[in-house]
Design a binder for this molecule. Structure first.
Ligand code: AHG
Ligand code: MN
Ligand code: MN
Ligand code: MN
Length: 334
């Protein structure tokens, strides 16, 4: 057990990274870590407990809600409410914003966007799923929080991260001073620093895209996929195709090994499928902080105007050189 740094210790040690925060952001991150452990516990026994399958409701995206989508949503919101630092939550599973900690004496300063359970289609088949979160300081200084507190560009995030519930469970986060990863040690129930100062390789040989939608992709994406498949020794092509269908897990693998993840526009999703506020922005912040790149094929994700809480966007994210190459094809053909 020598030299183990827990998430709690690390957050306190790094308090100096955000001196204005006076401990509130640290407590908020701690609250997210607590909810992650509770959700992890349920996911780990999903096949035993009666928590697989669908609830029978749909969310605002028209997606069928799984029992664990709803459970994870409740757990994260409960932890953010109890912690007292969060004034407003946007969640994939709630059509409207959720106002928390209305008691002004609590002076909650933060707004949080979450995808409580990413990769819903993988829950029932024991494949890795995730959570993403994005944290902003409220714009409104007093009174009840309002929607403008969360409709901020990704560049304004003060922290963001993800949890991947995989063969082990990891929490990866950034406060804008690099990226650090923590692995849950189930024997002591703590996230412990396992991946300090994570950096994504400048290039890689993995491309991750749902090729079943190929016929509906923009011409630039079609041409880029063909480029990935062409034999060329100098660039280590053909690349390897890897697609889990849980964006967090796909991103986590590509962050460690190098690679590009693309979810472009399709016929079913003419503006892209993934949600800017709680999927694209937090992951773009992480990947940029790890030295990678995240765009919609033309524009940096973090600079896109946020108009609606459930707004969708295309995403090209991962190793800088691979994203740049895909952008070249977009510029030429789309
Ligand atoms: P969610 O499960 O939170 O609704 O997100 C689903 C997203 C993302 O996790 C995944 O990468 C992508 O949808 C998969 O979409 P396809 O099945 O269309 O490839
Ligand atoms: Mn969903
Ligand atoms: Mn998702
Ligand atoms: Mn989800």
């Amino acid at each position: 057990m020598a030299n183990l740094t827990t998430l709690g210790q690390f957050i306190i040690e790094r308090q100096a990274d955000f001196p204005y925060a006076k401990g509130e952001l640290s407590r908020l991150l701690r609250d997210i870590g607590i909810a992650a452990k509770v959700v992890n516990r349920e996911i780990n026994k999903a096949g035993l407990a009666d928590i697989l399958g669908e609830v029978g409701t749909t969310n605002v995206q028209g997606e069928t809600q799984k029992v664990l989508d709803v459970y994870a949503n409740e757990q994260f919101i409960a932890a953010l409410s109890a912690g007292g630092e969060c004034a407003l939550v946007v969640s994939e599973e709630n059509e409207e914003i959720v106002i928390l900690n209305k008691d002004v004496s609590k002076n909650a300063k933060y707004a949080v966007a979450i995808d409580p359970l990413d990769g819903s289609s993988n829950i029932d088949v024991n494949v890795a799923v995730g959570t993403t979160f994005s944290i902003f300081r409220r714009l409104s200084k007093e009174g009840e929080a309002n929607i403008n507190d969360i409709l901020q560009k990704g560049t304004e995030q003060v922290a963001a991260g993800y949890i991947v519930y995989g063969s082990s469970t990891m929490l990866v986060y950034t406060t804008g001073c690099g990226v650090n990863g923590f692995t849950l040690d189930p024997s002591i129930g703590e996230f412990c620093l396992s991946h300090p100062d994570m950096k994504i390789p400048r290039t890689g040989h993995i491309y991750s895209v749902n090729e079943g939608n190929y016929v509906h992709f923009p011409e630039g994406v079609k041409k880029y996929i063909k480029y990935c498949q062409v034999e060329d020794e100098s660039t280590n092509r053909p690349y390897t195709s890897r697609y889990i269908g849980s964006m967090v897990a796909d991103l986590h693998r590509n962050l460690i090994k190098g690679g590009v993840y693309i979810y472009p526009t399709t016929a079913a999703a003419p503006k892209g499928k993934l949600r800017l506020v709680y999927e694209c922005n937090p992951l773009a912040f992480i990947i940029e902080q790890a030295g990678g790149r995240a765009t919609n094929g033309y524009q940096r994700i973090l600079e896109i105007d946020v108009k609606e809480i459930h707004q969708r966007e295309s995403i090209f994210i991962g190793s800088t050189d691979m994203v740049l190459k895909a952008e070249e094809f977009m510029a030429e053909y789309s």
